[in-house]
Each structure stands twice: as C-alpha cells, then as structure tokens.
Design a protein around this ligand. Sequence first.
Ligand code: NAD
Length: 366
Amino acid sequence: MAKYNIAVMEGDGIGPEIVKETMKVLRLAEGLFEGLVIDCHYFPVGLSSFNQYGSTLPDETIAGLKQCDAGILGPLTTHAYNTNNPDMVNASGRLRKQFDLYANVRPARTFPGVSSRFENVDLVIIRENTEGMYADRNLYYNTGEFMTDSDTVLSLRVVTRKGSERLAKVGLDLASARHKKLSIVHKKNVLRQGCGLFYDSCHQVGADYPNVYIDDYHVDAFAMHLVQKPEDFDVIVTTNMFGDILSDQAAGLIGGLGLAPGLNVGDSFLLAQATHGSAPDISGKNLANPISEILSAKMMLEWLSIRNNDQYALDAASLIENGVEETLSRGFKTKDLGGNLSTEEFGDHLIEIIKEVKTNKENAIS
Ligand code: NAD
C-alpha cells in the first residue's frame, strides 16, 4: 500500500476550474486502486489568498507543502501582481526556487481525435527552472533586474554548471527510458559563456550515457525545425527562458495549451502544474480544458511511482492517460479543441470512460 500526502493549490483564473476536475480524477484513481491512498491538503495561494490572508503565498502554505510528498498547483495571474509588494510574490517561481524544483518537464504529444498539423509528435522539453533570465528566482536575495537610470535596465542571466548538469541528467535518464535521443538547445554562438557552459555540462554528463544519441541546435534554428518536423525530436534540454517559449510553441503544434501538462521536478518534491497561464479571457466561464492539469497530476503519479517503486501509482497514471486518449478519440472535447463540452462536462465524461477502460483492461486479463 502506498500513501501520498498531496498539497493542492488552486491558483488564479481558470486554476480552480481545472484543479477541481483534476481532483475528481485523482479521487477516482484512488477509489479504483485499493493500494493507492492519496491524502489531499488544500493550501491558499494566489489572488484569493492575498485577499483573504494578505499574501499570495502565505507562510502556512510553505509549511504545509514541507509536510507533503508532492503538490498540484493551478496557474497564477502573475502579470497583475504588484511585485513591489513583498506579499505579492509569484508563487510559481518562489516554490520552484524554495523547493529546488530544478527541472520543468513539459511533454507535447499528438492525441487521437484532436486535429493538428502533425500526426506523430511525442517529445518532451525539459526546461531549467531555477536560474536563467528569470529575475524573480535567479538571485538569492532581490531580483536579477537592475534599473541603472530611468532609461536603462540590465537583466541578469544565471547559468551554473551544477544547474546544467543536473538538468542534463534528468533529460538523459528520460531519453534512456524513451527513444534514446537528446537534443541540447542553446545559443552558444552568441552567449558563448552561459550557453557554452550549458552545452559543455550537458555533453559531460552525456558521456555517461553511451546509449543516448545526442545532438544540438541553436535555439533560433531549433524553433524552425520544431515547426517543420516535430516528429524528429525525443527529449530536449534547454535553459529557462528558451524552454518556456519553446514548450508553448510545441503545445501549439499538437492542439494547444489545453493539452500541455507539466511537472516541476526536484530531488525531494514534485509540483504538478500545467504549462499555460491563468487564461483570464476564459476564466470563470466553465470553458477551460482541464486535460493539461489532469495530465500534470498523472505525471506526478508516474514520478512518485518511480521514486517509490510503486506499481499502484504507475497503473493509476497509465489508466488516467488511457482514459484521456479514449475520451478524446470518442469526440468528447472542450471548445479549444473544437468541441462543445464545458470544463465540468468533459471531466464527467472522462470519469465514466476511465471506469470503463479499467473494466475493459480487467476483462482482457481474466
Ligand atoms: P495563457 O497561457 O494564460 O493563455 C494563452 C491562451 O491559451 C489564451 O487564449 C487562453 O485562453 C488559452 N488557454 C490556456 N490554457 C487553456 C486551457 N486549459 N484551456 C483552454 N484554453 C487555454 O497565457 P497569457 O494570456 O499570456 O497569461 C495569462 C496570465 O497567466 C498572466 O497573468 C501570466 O502572467 C500568467 N502565467 C502564469 C503561468 C503560471 O502560473 N505558471 C504561466 C504563464 C503565464
């Protein structure tokens, strides 16, 4: 029997809507696998937390997360935060830094029943998550942006050997378990020191993985290859900002951000969070596609299963993925994918189909 304490933070905008459907699916998975126990603990975060508790990331939330094995976080409307206010921190960035969630794993794959320009995309972008050019997390104290006079801003970019090597290891381990190909994406022809260090570190770690074929691309050329032949890529490792941009681009190739999950990975904590933002244009309308967050939670179960050698969590993750595939292939879709279902209606169909898929699997075995 495996028991996990999972922190749940709904976030802003569409966050509460997609996290609600995700929790429906997790509760179902727990009910379907006797050996899987998921204890959920809700913690405040984001704008509703600021209005109620005076902080977008209260100390109680951080203390609560420290008692948990992993977390689920909804997106945050960070552009609206007043970053001069110390009580309005971007919880996404702060938690990645505080819990040392150094690898942001963002898969993009085509799904049956979803029309897209490509048929066989199945790639994973692994983005460095704690340094790079993200000013709110690349310094120990204060931010990495400096206004030297009213017309000049300097933005600091941090690349370390440790950060690059551990990211490369996540990528190489994943590539070893998949199609054994790793692409390093950089801009070392211009950013000779920073991207040069990233590139060298990846190759040094790669020397321990003779089974993985390694190639590399300048980020601008990679952006073109990604839209021309995304089927050619397996696992991609890159620095923070390049990975942030390229993972949204990859999502666009396979049907949009509603299908784009993500997992923030550290050595002792995992945080499931979809690739996209809080989608203010559709928030509160029951229109959001919850698949991105549901598959993020599925990834969380997968990684927990690997770390705890737990077959129940692995089976639950695989069932959730099969359920999503089956639901989409039967034409049940939210508006972003050309369907007409609300967020809740999609979640309800998915629940019924997951149950059916489980029964069919059991019948096939017996
Ligand atoms: P966005 O990702 O929120 O939205 C981009 C487009 O994708 C919108 O048209 C939106 O409706 C659509 N979309 C996104 N998720 C969807 C889903 N699940 N289902 C259907 N459609 C979906 O990007 P944005 O508009 O640039 O940013 C909105 C807010 O989110 C900003 O405040 C930004 O700072 C923040 N943001 C937060 C995170 C995070 O919390 N990790 C990440 C990116 C952006």
